[in-house]
Design a protein around this ligand. Sequence first.
Ligand SMILES: N[C@@H](CCC(=O)N[C@@H](CS)C(=O)NCC(=O)O)C(=O)O
Length: 204
Amino acid sequence: MKLYYSPTSPYVRKVMILLHETGQLGDVELLSAQTSPLAPADGLPAKNPLAKVPALERADGPTLYDSRVICAYLDARGGDKLYPAGARRWDTMTLEATGDGILDAALLITYEARMRPEDKQWPEWTDAQWSKISGACAALNTRWMSHLNGPLDMGQIAVACALSYVDFRHDARGWRHGNDALAAWYADFAARDVMVQTAPPVGG
Ligand SMILES: N[C@@H](CCC(=O)N[C@@H](CS)C(=O)NCC(=O)O)C(=O)O
């Protein structure tokens, strides 16, 4: 399999952590694809019509895209380790969607600041994206701590990748404020070997 990859993409990082945790790292070749909405990576749109990473090219089927699809596929291939069975499965998937939603809002803020000409930027819209992130952090802090402190699953990995990305690009906004339990959980989770090994490059 070939994974269209960027070392700074938090969505790619979800896939990399799953590959580590399920022992499948050696089954995937990494293909570097630096892509952005204004400059899609060469060859990527032919694999993923949305021109986004991650995308997973398979020998025995069409290319998969969207990190949630790729993670679910690779977890099934690797022995069903990170999406539990039963009622906890739906909680895990909702938690993963929460992490991805934080990422979607955070990435939009990044793109607004980096790609939109300065005179066309709209602070109210950026603040509205931030309120999704702060609302999601508050919900995690008040309603999800028991799940976050349970056995490792894809929901926790997605949330950790999201919080790490918020630190990476939007540290100054201070997501930890008022979210002590979540901040303490994240400090422990971020110290795991797999999180350290997949961290985005400094200055990336
Ligand atoms: N929902 C997608 C989002 C992927 C995504 O937005 N990736 C970013 C890199 S972090 C990208 O490829 N952006 C290029 C673009 O939006 O054109 C997923 O979970 O895989």
